[in-house]
Ligand binder design. Structure first.
Ligand SMILES: C[S@@+](CC[C@H](N)C(=O)[O-])C[C@H]1O[C@@H](n2cnc3c(N)ncnc32)[C@H](O)[C@@H]1O
Length: 280
């Protein structure tokens, strides 16, 4: 069984926390990326075998941590997240996690030799970014590595959110008239999500569509009523206000004291880039 390690860190208010808590309700079976794919194609080569302490920023449902532990059994893998709902899922997968914000890490200086930010820095609010990066820097030991695999382009994220929201609303409108119509809109919604979702290349396309439609249907049926607009917005719309997508240049400048490399992933569409830093 996993553990929620007691945290001394203040869980200060962050408006976006509400978004992630709602998201945790439907995030159960979906990790943002397909962890196996990411591991095989990418992380395995970046985490040195002798790494002994790994920190995962933003654990979501914990499947990523589970995979890291499988491949680096000698390492202690610890994760942080601000959403109790996400942490519950991560704990049920046997992970050790702490409930805290990225800008208040409850660890001593130099505690980790590897810190991973997988779609984390690009989804936290702008006002906590600097503090979060400072904290990552503080808890990394000298010679330790930092990897951020992030979104490159805000435009796609906005399109994705807007199309998902639009189709969700159409789905509800359809539900009022006929479940068949709603079904059709939900399918459209899934397709829209698929076409704009910046993460979709990491999961089999049909799997992504089926999972998304199942989620939407399950959510609607479980509640035995049509979701309210506010619920749909919370579920499918990521407000621009809460999300800031950094360009590789911006991130690069923040990590200047590191020896850095930048890599663009060979994705279907190159929405992702990575910064790989070694602390000097
Ligand atoms: C896009 S997900 C990360 C994706 C993850 N790597 C995966 O494979 O599923 C972002 C995660 O970060 C958490 N989060 C967002 N802002 C945070 C913050 N300021 N401090 C800690 N966790 C945060 C969210 O609750 C969410 O679980």
């Amino acid at each position: 069984m996993g553990k929620n390690l007691a945290s001394k860190a203040p869980l200060a208010e962050q408006p976006q926390a509400v978004y992630w808590e709602v998201a945790s309700r439907y995030w159960k079976d979906i990790a943002t990326v397909n962890p196996q794919w990411a591991w095989d194609s990418y992380y395995n080569s970046l985490i040195p075998d002798e790494t002994s302490r790994i920190l995962v920023m933003g654990v979501t449902n914990g499947s990523f941590m589970e995979l890291i532990k499988q491949f680096k059994p000698q390492a202690w893998v610890c994760g942080i997240d601000l959403s109790p709902g996400m942490l519950e899922m991560a704990i049920s997968r046997g992970n050790e996690v702490i409930c805290c914000r990225g800008d208040y890490l409850p660890f001593e200086d130099g505690s980790f030799d590897f810190v991973l930010s997988d779609y984390f820095l690009s989804v936290i609010p702008e006002e906590v970014l600097e503090g979060t990066i400072k904290e990552i820097d503080r808890v990394l030991k000298k010679g330790g590595s930092f990897v951020a695999k992030e979104l490159r382009n805000r435009g796609h994220l906005v399109l994705w959110s807007a199309s998902s929201l639009g189709c969700g609303i159409l789905g509800v409108a359809g539900f009022i008239f006929s479940p068949l119509l709603a079904g059709a809109f939900f399918v459209l919604s899934g397709l829209a999500l698929l076409s704009y979702n910046p993460f979709s290349h990491t999961m089999g396309k049909s799997a992504r569509i089926v999972k998304f439609i199942l989620h939407l249907t399950r959510f609607t049926l479980r509640r035995k009523k049509v979701p309210t607009l506010a619920e749909i917005r919370d579920l499918y719309f990521i407000s621009e206000k809460y999300l800031h997508v950094f360009t590789d240049r911006e991130l690069y400048s923040v990590f200047e004291p590191y020896s850095l490399g930048i890599k663009t992933e060979p994705a279907l569409i190159s929405w992702n880039f990575s910064i790989i830093g070694v602390k000097q």
